[in-house]
Ligand binder design. Structure first.
Ligand code: NAD
Ligand code: ZN
Length: 343
């Protein structure tokens, strides 16, 4: 048996003794190096019972480690290989899955895989992955530091990439909420569009300082003064892209205020707020989208960015016994980048 950090009932997660899984046909067992603590897990713990999958299950949907054991017929990897685990586990055969967008699988309800959908995630010494198609080789990257690439970076990369056509010379991108995801978004914007002016917005001064270090041109405290400043910076026009990594009423309102005509408002945060839409707001022909996670090919791009040293997560490691504490610190806004559990 092994210890696993499981959600056992709404608002309650704890260490429990569980069997070590045995990989079946086509499956692979991964020895977990790191499992990131994502803010989505806090939303999950806070969710009403009718919105939760069957409990208990092991948390951790942002995982990296080493191949431990291949099930019968599983090929392409060898024990000891360092790997990043693609998290949204689709059916593999529907049109979305066939193009690598298993985050939008037409057959699994679009929730995701281990650590989210009721199957076990990576906050345990071993993680059972249904197929080697979910493994991305990490090369020289350390799984303990690379784990956040699987969600914080992939989600941010996908959200930025879909708006790349707007990010030409003289363009502005605003990132609201610069925690785990937002810090990645800033670096990714820097890496894929050096011509873009990147503005970070947060309520916490320490997060803003980190955002500046990560390449943000401006870092502003959330509020009306930030709206005025962004308008001033853009000759009154607003930003081509606004990424809302929080998703509460005030940030969504701000997103609509600072976006420009024909811009993109992209809602990534699951804060549960609502964006009022009418003829005048958001600005004319603004597109609003709520992307979920990203594609397998994009995760390979993200690994390439990390290998090239163009993106790097601020990681704070916690042993499995301190997983509960890591989530508490995340809730209190005391994690600078990402808390990564190292079972
Ligand atoms: P985090 O806790 O690391 O960061 C959140 C940041 O938002 C913090 O820096 C906090 O200070 C800031 N913030 C809070 N309220 C704010 C406000 N009113 N104005 C400005 N900033 C504010 O969280 P994270 O792990 O980066 O996740 C961010 C959000 O993205 C969460 O809601 C999470 O569930 C969601 N998420 C979505 C996807 C997706 O696929 N769409 C994937 C992963 C995470
Ligand atoms: Zn599918």
């Amino acid at each position: 048996t092994m210890q696993a950090f499981q959600i056992v009932e709404p608002h309650k997660a704890e260490l429990r003794e569980v069997p070590v899984p045995e990989p079946g046909p086509g499956q692979v067992l991964v020895k977990v190096g790191g499992a990131g603590a994502c803010h989505s897990d806090l939303h999950l713990m806070d969710a009403p019972p009718d919105r939760l999958p069957a409990l208990p299950f092991t948390l951790g949907h942002e995982n990296a480690g080493w191949v431990e054991k291949l099930g019968p017929g599983a090929t392409g990897f060898a024990p000891g290989d360092p790997v990043l685990v693609y998290g949204p586990w689709g059916c593999g055969t529907c049109p979305s899955c066939r193009v690598g967008m298993e985050n939008y699988c037409e057959n699994n309800g679009g929730i995701g895989g281990g650590g989210l959908d009721g199957s076990d995630g990576g906050m345990a010494p071993y993680l059972l992955v249904p197929s080697t198609r979910f493994l991305i080789p990490l090369g020289t990257l350390d799984p303990r530091d690379a784990a956040p690439l699987a969600d914080a970076a992939l989600t941010s990369y996908h959200a930025v990439k879909r708006s790349l056509h707007l990010l030409g010379a003289g363009s502005t991108a605003v990132v609201i909420g610069v925690g785990g995801l937002g810090q990645m978004a800033i670096q990714i914007l820097r890496a894929v569009s050096s011509a873009t002016t990147v503005v970070a917005v947060d309520t916490a001064a320490d997060k803003l300082a980190t955002a500046r270090r990560m390449g943000a041109d401006e870092a502003l405290v959330s509020g009306d003064a930030a709206v005025t400043r962004i308008k001033d910076m853009t000759r009154g026009q607003g930003a081509q892209l606004v990424l809302d990594m929080v998703g509460v009423d005030p940030t969504l309102r701000m997103a609509a205020q600072v976006a420009r005509v024909r811009g993109d408002v992209t809602i990534v945060g699951l804060g549960g707020g609502a964006l009022p839409v009418n003829f005048a707001s958001p600005p004319h022909e603004c597109s609003v989208a709520s992307p979920y996670w990203g594609a397998i090919g994009e995760l390979m791009d993200v690994v390439a960015l990390a290998q090239a040293g163009k993106i790097e997560m601020l990681v704070e490691h916690f042993p499995l016994e301190r997983a509960g504490e890591a989530y508490q610190l995340l809730r209190e806004g005391k994690i600078q980048g990402r808390a990564v559990i190292t079972p």
